[in-house]
Design a protein around this ligand. Sequence first.
Ligand code: HEM
Length: 287
Amino acid sequence: MLLQPAILKKSMPFGRFMIFNLKSGINLSDLKKILKTIKFDQHIIVGFGKKLMNKLGIEVTDYRQFPQLDVSVDIPATHGDLFVFMRDNEPGKVAIKSLPIKALLKPFFETQLQVDGFKYLGQADGYGHDLTGYEDGTENPLGGDAVKAVVREDGSTFVQVQQWQHDLTKFNGFSQQQKDHTIGRSLATNKELEDAPASSHVNRSDQGTFDIEADILRRSLPWANEHGEGLVFMSFCENLDRFEVQMCRMAGLNDGISDALFTFSKVLNSAYFYCPPVNTEFALKID
Ligand code: HEM
């Protein structure tokens, strides 16, 4: 079995994050039939939530739902039954490619969330930036390191999806030093700061500073619509602990120091999904 092909492939500049919930009273064999018709190419990533996995009889012992953290910052664990990420080089193509999949899912699922993301700044071939202006993805693992961080023995992985809403008026009012100290990098050079405070985002999330292997592959995209603007954080890892140690430190769980990101941004929703492997025809194998 193989990893869904879009997961390790280079980012694309436009992506639609969709979370669905199962309707009640659906026919299980019809649901299995339609899921098996999804063709996995470089444009689509699919993740299953707890209820759907239960329904399909898929048991993954180390899958769990996003935890409700008991911390001073608000991190809503909102979950979801199915995650679909559709991506392409143009927003119109994302919209058009989403149509057949949404039609396919409609008899079985209600839409919980749909957010369109886009790449901001950056070179055509490089990482994009968050709407704060800082490059996002610099410390992503590459090549074999990315494979090691993401791919489980059977070709599956886990995806973490978390929508953040920024107060950019507030952030833009910070001094340049305060902005750099919030992220932990220099905006001008993208170099990590030696003297960044413990609350800086890079100090909170530094992958090399945990007791466990904590590399994750981040594929976040900014969003902006009538509700505001921010980042849809999305990452992949073979073990949810990799993400969760970072999230807990960002939330100040052990030392009471919460990530400086929370001074201008808030979490709207959070969920973990299991990305099942695909067969050599790039389809799901569901019994
Ligand atoms: C508002 C939401 C977020 C924003 C704007 C943001 C932005 C950034 C930026 C600008 C960097 C520095 C460049 C880079 O290495 O990519 C970074 C690094 C990083 N972020 Fe985030 N991030 C956000 C949320 C998160 C979350 C929720 C996690 C995981 C729980 C996370 C994990 C990481 C990791 C692992 C690094 C690299 C740290 C290192 O090893 O140096 N980020 N982020």
